[in-house]
Structures are given as structure tokens and as C-alpha cells.
Design a protein around this ligand. Structure first.
Ligand code: DGY
Length: 330
């Protein structure tokens, strides 16, 4: 194909080196944003004016205004399973399919959830600082006591793919598992996962560990705030590997700093990155990691492959293998 006939693509960050990138280069002129910080909104506004395909990340805000000035845009491919940064109704109205990367990051994200849950339960980060700070003087019967997993109750909010993968891990630790979800599972699936449906209030008041796995939407924004923290046990530990703004950060700070709950472990914050002057960073009973749920070599490579395959399909006018707004094809 002569360069004049090639599609034009903008990729908003450097991706893992996967063969699919070469396939993409056969059919498109590819521009990749090479800086560590994401392109600003005004850079995106400029880029979309002349491209056919956009491969973006959850840090890129793809809104209605941006879609309105993108006359040749045929496809948006997000390298993530979540897509709350994209105005899907606006993309659908413009006839632009939006792809995402479900499935491939389920286990990696559930693994990180489990690592955070165990680290918070057994105070691993505090223990590490204790040792490095030269405070380990002897074995003490009451030093750095934490919580048992076995025999405790895990409350899972949102029982989609990742929530279910977390439930499977919890079973191996002999935990009772409650879940709250918009859609209740079939009884046979509840049974095979070993989970019990509970209303959110019940789940919050009965769980020792509460793990969030719901997508961010208008309904789930600040789903966990003052009133919800008041329902929790004083020994409860909250884990969030979904989206930061599902939790009201001020209410979380209040709950942690007054020992209304025992601890939290967050892979996501609101905003991201967490500002260095956030009061949460001063607390010992919170662990914070920088949104690394899917960050394994294998998983990120699979996500890049899927995102590029979605992009190629869209550029070629084919149905995206993983399309968020597939009503476009009906
Ligand atoms: C997602 O995919 O939505 C995660 O937050 C990043 O992997």
C-alpha cells in the first residue's frame, strides 16, 4: 500500500513490544506518544482531527467535544478493560466502535487484590518499615498483630470476572464469601463459587474484608462514603483495585484516621496519581500502590495484542473482537 493510502493511527503511550504492532504498521502510519506523561487534552484535540484510529489508555479523557472534531475517526481502542474515561454514548452516536481488553487481566488483577488483602491483613508494609527502621529488637508476643483470613468473611462488591476470580482465591483460604452485585448470579454459579448474595448494607456490616470490583459509573461514584463506613466493623479492611472514585477519599481518610475501620489497601485513588500532600499518605493503616493491577509482563503483552487487534479490525471496517458498544453492529 502506498503511504498515501495508509490509515493514520495515534497511540497515546509506548506499548509492550508485540508482533501485532508490526501488523498494524503494514496498514497504517503509526504515531506513538513517547513521553512518560500522557498527552494533554489539547494534544489529543489536535491529534484526533486527522486520524482514523486511536489507541488510548485510561488516563486519556475521550469526551464528546473531542469526538465531535474527529471527522475521519473509525475506531477507538482502549488498552484496559475499564472505559470510564470514554464517553461511550457520544462514540456510539458518531458510529465509532470502542474496543477494550476484557478477560486477559482478570487473574493478574485478582492476584494483586489478594496480595494487597494479605499485606493489609498481616501488616507487611508496616513490618518492612519496622525492620528497615532498626526497630526489630526481639520477638514480642504482641508485635505487629494482624488479622486471620481463615474463618473470616470476605465481602465482594461487584461479582464480574475479577470479583469471581477473587472469590476463587478466597475459597482456598477458608473464608466465607458474601457478594453484592447489580445482577444476582444463577444459583448454580453461586454454589460452584461458594458465594452468598447479600444486600450492600448487610455485606458491609458483616464482612471482615471488603473488596471492590464494580465498574465506575454514575451509580457507583462514591458508593462507599461516610454512611457505608459507619456500617463496617472497626476491624474491617477495605481493598480497592477497581477505580478510585468508587470510594469517597475524604470519608475514607476520616474512617481510617479515627479507627472506624482497621485498614485499607488501594491500587487506585481519586485523583490519580495521589497528590503527595494527601493526608492518606500520612497514615500507617493504608497501603497504596500505583494502579498496577494488570502489571505483569504476560498480561500487559496480551492487553497490547488485544488492543491492537481491535484497532486493526476497526480500521479494516470489521467487527471489533471486543467491542463495548456493539449495538453499532445490530
Ligand atoms: C483496567 O484494565 O481497567 C485496569 O484498571 C488497568 O489494567
Amino acid at each position: 500500500m502506498s503511504p498515501a493510502n495508509l490509515a493514520r493511527v495515534f497511540i497515546t503511550r509506548r506499548l509492550p513490544q508485540v508482533d501485532e504492532l508490526e501488523q498494524l504498521r503494514q496498514i497504517a502510519v503509526v504515531e506513538t506518544w513517547s513521553e512518560r506523561q500522557p498527552p494533554t487534552y489539547s494534544v489529543l484535540l489536535e491529534k484526533v482531527k486527522s486520524i482514523d484510529g486511536l489507541l488510548c489508555l485510561l488516563t486519556d479523557s475521550i469526551d464528546r467535544q473531542l469526538l465531535e472534531i474527529a471527522p475521519s475517526l473509525k475506531v477507538i481502542s482502549q488498552m484496559a478493560v475499564g472505559y470510564d474515561n470514554i464517553d461511550i454514548p457520544a462514540a456510539t452516536a458518531r458510529g465509532v466502535p470502542v474496543g477494550n481488553t476484557p478477560g486477559v487481566l482478570t487473574n493478574a488483577t485478582a492476584d494483586l487484590t489478594w496480595a494487597l488483602l494479605m499485606a493489609a491483613a498481616r501488616r507487611i508494609v508496616e513490618a518492612q518499615s519496622f525492620v528497615r527502621g532498626g526497630q526489630w529488637l526481639t520477638w514480642e508476643p504482641t508485635l505487629l498483630l494482624g488479622a486471620d483470613l481463615s474463618g473470616s468473611t470476605l465481602g465482594i462488591v461487584g461479582l464480574g470476572r475479577i470479583g469471581q476470580a477473587v472469590a476463587r482465591r478466597a475459597r482456598g483460604f477458608d473464608m466465607k464469601i458474601l457478594y453484592y452485585s447489580r445482577h444476582r448470579l444463577e444459583p448454580s454459579l453461586e454454589e460452584s463459587l461458594g458465594v452468598e448474595y447479600a444486600e450492600l448494607k448487610t455485606l458491609l456490616s458483616e464482612s471482615d474484608f471488603i473488596s471492590l470490583h464494580t465498574a465506575l459509573s454514575a451509580e457507583t461514584y462514591h458508593l462507599i462514603g461516610d454512611r457505608q463506613f459507619q456500617l463496617m466493623k472497626s476491624s474491617a479492611i477495605l481493598i480497592n483495585t477497581a477505580r478510585g472514585s468508587i470510594v469517597d477519599s475524604q470519608a475514607l481518610y476520616q474512617a481510617l484516621s479515627t479507627n472506624q475501620i482497621a485498614g485499607a489497601a488501594l491500587d487506585v485513588t481519586d485523583p490519580e496519581p495521589i497528590p503527595m500532600d494527601s493526608p492518606l499518605l500520612k497514615l500507617d493503616n493504608v497501603i497504596i500502590t500505583p494502579h498496577i493491577g494488570s502489571a505483569s509482563y504476560q498480561t500487559r503483552a496480551k492487553m497490547a495484542q488485544m488492543a491492537i487487534n481491535n484497532l486493526i479490525a476497526g480500521l479494516e471496517g470489521k467487527r471489533l473482537p471486543h467491542c463495548v458498544n456493539d449495538e453499532l453492529y445490530r
